[in-house]
Design a protein around this ligand. Sequence first.
Ligand code: MG
Length: 97
Amino acid sequence: MTITKISEYERDLIDLLQEECGEAVQAGSKAIRFGWNSVNPYLRPEEQKPNFELLEDELGDILAVQQFLVATGAISAERIAARAEWKRLKLIEKGYV
Ligand SMILES: [Mg+2]
């Protein structure tokens, strides 16, 4: 097996992906704790977003980073799509959704 080292740019993208995944976890946690429409009361009104929008934002951020990772050629958009479909069917089959 050939070891393929990642480039500094790819490492930066993975750092970003980890950061965005953490932010998505936080947004999901806020939705669980306070509900979809709750906002952070410590922010100024013009800065407040409901938790569902925060989660949408973070999922979008993850997709953006995913697109840059795919563009490097290191990972495959087709495999990601196939995996998403596999997972979707698995969740249905197991009765989780
Ligand atoms: Mg983000």
